[in-house]
Ligand binder design. Structure first.
Ligand SMILES: Nc1nc2c(c(=O)[nH]1)N[C@H]1C(S)=C(S)[C@@H](COP(=O)(O)OP(=O)(O)OC[C@H]3O[C@@H](n4cnc5c(=O)[nH]c(N)nc54)[C@H](O)[C@@H]3O)O[C@H]1N2
Ligand SMILES: Nc1nc2c(c(=O)[nH]1)N[C@H]1C(S)=C(S)[C@@H](COP(=O)(O)OP(=O)(O)OC[C@H]3O[C@@H](n4cnc5c(=O)[nH]c(N)nc54)[C@H](O)[C@@H]3O)O[C@H]1N2
Ligand code: SF4
Ligand SMILES: [Mo]
Length: 873
């Protein structure tokens, strides 16, 4: 079908902070056709694998359709009245400190604004914090310490204009793929451009890099202190800029000279190369993300980076500057509305009496807390102690994503009254709630989001709300009205909320704050409906950047360089817990998978929770490739598939964050992460738990496919959707007495003809179940990790009992290119047989990598490894 732009709805991808524009069309059968918006300034038409698969995630089969109270369907009136009454009564009986809201950087600005206003201005509690505490809090704190405000100085164009890009604790290739593709495209136009990656682990982002510094976990402050000392030693300081615009220079430089770089574990040669590249390139952008933020010295890491950019005056100029890439689609919007417990609104400070007074007056608020509320980790501790008696969780899944998640889940389930607003009732958090409120999802609602470079874009709804789902802002406003604040929450539509937010930002502008979009305060409903993406500051400023000529948001207008001493990691590695557990993301899944997990294409990239572990450690532990390991410490235990690779260094390991009790109950990784936080930002150290790893002594391993459900009950399982139904990996410590019965239980099928094949001595068992539609389900069990053609079997072929593909078919292996469904084995065999030498050649031969480009770094990695193999042979 020929699709033109004209009939499409312009919206924004609801995943990462790149904030790509999308063109959406309802397909008429509940589905959605999704294309990149060629006119959007973030992506100019490009989308990554996740954006392209959005259409596969809008099905309503698992959606929460009605409000639920204590497990039973309720009508909105009763549910909302209950929420309002319980919050009002709890505040009356125990004070405003006894209630809390835990919200999300994925909420729209309008939702977020109402939540913050309700908590801080009307409930009178600053106990509203967000999952951004796990994400951006260290950057917010670092920016404020250096600039006096939480300002990202640069824009996306800077990444294309730079001579050197330093990716620090950022796996941009997988986590901000379109931005990474923009960098690679710029480099192909200007091959002199260099990329350095600073990451303890070799990631997909390293495949295109000129230098990879695999520093010791947590040692970034020492590395950037070393850089600052060298900048000073080599006379690279911008003296004029410093004299005019920066305080604290001498102290910061002295601390940098006193700092010991050896703790980074990097070689002299690598350090010298890095310093030479950094000092020698006039235009440097240092991109940073969770390897920096999620650390007990996260704010210091941010300031160590900012110090180097301030020292050289490389800030706010084209192609120059520190650049925090935000994770969630509206992490920036959340910062603008003041969604964190220690912020107010529009970058104003809660603890500043003038700011407080101005906002209180603007809102006509009955009360306003005077001190910061509880930050996420402390908030859930207070819930656990029973001090917070009413808790409302919106648009986030803390029972999976918070550190020490087992304790978090226990705290939530023990709380007197918990409300969860979500689009599905199936999350690990939603299952613990007293009241569940059904929210409309991104393609069903309207509002705005702000991406990493301060561009505000509209999200627009075009699909009907399923069941009785309502937008988050509407739910929040109705609770506000029912708590007695009828005028303050008298909103009919998101445009009205946006206008109020824009007007409030004018007051912030009056205090000299950076965030001022008051030019939008009178936007009409019609203009809001058609509003194009725009970047703040709204008042035209050269190139949309900050600070090239100073003008920092501190009292004297000067930036501050900070003296920094490197600190160690919070959890010491000990004889009992000798391994360092790093955690993060995979290319094709989004957090706890409630949306991306529905796409069959995305599920095919990495279908199981895994642990990257060094070959030497694997040998010591005694685990073979594809075996299982048990990772454990004093907080919890996880069972994961061993992925033996030298991408991680000896003594370190890496696991993804995406699996939950619903998808792989033994793979919830945050149960191992301690709740240690940065003293400045309150952000937890999510990337450096101390753990022990043992071989998981499974007695049997299994692989199952099924057209309908698979309902496992064993020590290890991981379940993913397929085009035909489900597939599932299984393993257990105890062998069932009767495999046939076990297979029937697994598939929930008491009827139907079953063929089995059992070798009791060898410990293998096979069962295929037939129904009306032919093959219904199949189970393969073996004493060793099951070796069958998984992707072939997922298609439920009638010949499944053999477990092998017919001779004329090759098993494609795990999907690498999600767009064209090209598997690892197909690519490797084409590289070998057709002598392919470049990513372009692979594209020409197999189409892989020629659409969204998200897999190009992996294709480059496969080429490099096969070239290394040849060189070794
Ligand atoms: N595919 C995908 N993309 C996403 C998301 C997703 O869930 N899936 N989530 C989005 C969100 S909310 C966020 S916040 C971003 C996160 O984006 P990123 O921060 O790029 O992703 P992570 O994988 O969490 O971590 C980045 C890297 O930090 C490294 N690291 C660990 N410890 C250290 C250290 O001490 N120093 C340094 N320098 N590096 C270290 C890790 O090895 C890891 O490769 O991604 C966004 N984009
Ligand atoms: N160990 C470790 N832990 C981490 C991290 C890490 O790197 N390592 N990263 C941290 C970071 S950076 C982040 S951002 C967090 C992310 O962690 P979470 O925020 O907990 O993860 P999500 O899966 O994005 O949760 C979003 C929830 O909102 C629901 N939802 C979707 N759309 C809507 C809607 O329109 N309205 C409402 N009300 N609900 C909706 C989804 O179904 C889902 O349950 O994880 C953090 N945890
Ligand atoms: S890079 Fe991918 S996930 Fe991020 S906004 Fe763009 S399409 Fe969405
Ligand atoms: Mo995040």
């Amino acid at each position: 079908m020929d699709r033109t732009k004209a009939d499409a709805v312009r919206s924004t991808c609801p995943y990462c902070g790149v904030g790509c524009g999308v063109l959406l069309r309802a397909t008429g059968d509940g589905g959605l056709d999704v294309q990149g918006d060629p006119d959007h300034p973030a992506n100019f038409g490009r989308l990554c694998s996740k954006g392209l698969a959005l259409g596969e995630t809008v099905g309503v089969e698992d959606r929460l359709l009605d409000p639920m109270v204590h497990g039973g369907v309720a009508d909105w009136d009763d549910a909302l009245q209950l929420v309002a009454d319980r919050f009002s009564r709890t505040i009356a009986d125990h004070g405003p400190g006894s209630v809390a809201l835990y919200v999300s950087g994925q909420m729209l600005t309008e939702d977020y604004y109402v939540a913050n206003k309700l908590a801080k201005g009307f409930m009178g509690t600053a106990n509203i914090d967000t999952n951004s505490r796990l994400c951006m809090a260290s950057t917010v704190a670092g920016h404020k310490r250096a600039f006096g405000s939480d300002t990202v100085p640069g824009t996306y164009e800077d990444l294309e204009l730079a001579d050197l890009i330093v990716l620090t604790g950022s796996n941009l290739a997988w986590c901000h793929p379109v931005l990474y593709q923009r960098i690679l495209a710029a480099r192909s136009r200007r091959p002199e451009m260099k990329i350095v990656v600073i990451d303890p682990r070799r990631t997909a982002s390293c495949d295109g890099a000129d230098l990879h510094l695999a520093l010791e976990p947590g040692s970034d402050v020492a590395l950037f202190n070393h850089l600052l000392a060298q900048i000073d030693r080599q006379g690279a300081m911008d003296r004029a800029f410093l004299a005019a615009h920066v305080d604290g220079v001498a102290e910061a430089v002295a601390a940098a000279h006193a700092s010991d770089v050896s703790i980074t574990g990097l070689s002299e040669a690598d350090l010298a190369r890095f310093v030479a590249l950094w000092i020698g390139s006039e235009k440097v952008v240092t991109v940073f993300s969770q390897g920096v933020n999620q650390s007990t010295s996260g704010a210091d890491k941010v300031n160590a980076i900012l110090n180097c950019h301030l020292a050289t005056g490389r800030i706010g100029k084209p192609g120059c500057g520190p650049f925090s890439v935000t994770g969630q689609p509206n992490a920036m919007g959340g910062r603008e509305v003041g969604g964190l417990a220690n912020m107010l609104a529009c970058h104003l400070d809660l603890e500043n009496p003038d700011h407080r007074q101005a906002v209180r007056q603007f809102w006509d608020a009955p009360q306003m807390p005077e001190t910061a509320g509880l930050k996420a980790v402390d908030m859930f501790r207070a819930v656990g102690r029973g001090e917070i008696k009413a808790l409302w969780i919106i648009h986030t899944n803390p029972a999976v994503s918070m550190p020490d998640s087992t304790a978090i889940a226990a705290a939530i389930s023990g709380c007197d009254f918990t409300v969860v607003s979500d689009i599905t009732g199936q999350t690990d958090t939603a299952r613990l709630a007293d009241v569940l409120l059904p929210a409309t999802a991104w393609a069903e609602k309207d509002g705005t989001v702000t991406n990493s470079d301060r561009t505000i874009s509209r999200q627009r709804g075009l699909l009907p709300a399923p069941g009785r789902a309502r937008p988050d802002w509407a739910i929040l406003a109705e609770v506000g009205r029912r708590m007695g604040w009828t005028t303050a929450f008298d909103y009919d539509n998101p445009a009205q909320i946006f206008r109020e937010h824009a007007a409030l930002s004018g007051i912030a502008g009056g205090f000299g704050r950076d965030f001022d979009i008051s030019g939008m305060a009178d936007i009409s409903d019609a203009d809001y409906a058609t509003c194009k993406p725009f970047r703040w500051p709204y008042a035209a400023r050269k190139g949309g950047r900050f600070f090239a000529e100073g003008g920092f948001f501190t009292a004297n207008g000067k930036a501050r360089m900070l003296p920094l001493q490197p600190r160690g990691l919070a959890a010491p590695a000990t004889v009992d817990l000798p391994y360092r557990l790093n955690t993060g993301r995979t290319r094709d899944q989004w957090h706890t998978m409630t949306r991306s997990g529905k796409s069959v294409r995305l599920a095919a990239h990495l279908a199981e929770p895994f642990l990257e572990i060094h070959p030497g450690d694997a040998q010591r532990i005694g685990v073979d490739p594809a075996g299982l390991v048990r990772v454990h410490n004093q907080h919890g235990s996880a069972i994961l598939r061993a992925l033996i690779t030298d991408r991680v260094r000896p003594g370190q390991c890496f696991a993804p964050i995406h699996w939950t009790k619903q998808t792989a109950p033994s793979g919830v990784i945050d149960c191992l992460v301690p709740g240690a936080v940065d003293p400045v930002s309150g952000q937890p150290e999510s990337k450096a738990a101390a753990v022990m790893i043992d071989r998981f002594p499974a007695r049997w391993y299994g692989f199952a496919v099924s057209r309908s459900g698979i309902d496992p009950d064993c020590d290890y399982w991981a379940r993913t959707p397929t085009a035909k139904g489900w597939r599932c990996e299984l393993a257990g410590l105890e062998t069932p007495d009767n495999w046939e019965d076990a297979a029937r239980r697994l598939f929930g099928q008491t009827q139907g003809s079953m063929q089995t094949l059992e070798d009791k001595q060898g410990g293998s068992f096979r069962a295929v179940l037939f129904g009306d539609r032919g093959l219904e389900a199949a189970l393969f069990v073996s004493a060793k990790p099951v070796a069958v053609m998984r992707d072939y079997l997922a298609g439920l072929p009638d010949s499944a009992i053999t477990g092998r593909t017919p001779v004329d078919q090759v098993d494609p292996g795990p999907t690498i290119c999600a767009c064209f469904g090209v598997g690892l084995n197909t690519i490797l065999s084409a590289i070998d047989s057709r002598q392919l030498q470049s990513v372009e050649a692979i594209g020409a031969a197999l189409q892989a990598g020629t659409n969204c480009g998200s897999c190009r770094p992996e294709l480059a990695g496969l080429l490099a490894s096969s070239q290394n193999r040849e060189a070794a042979e």
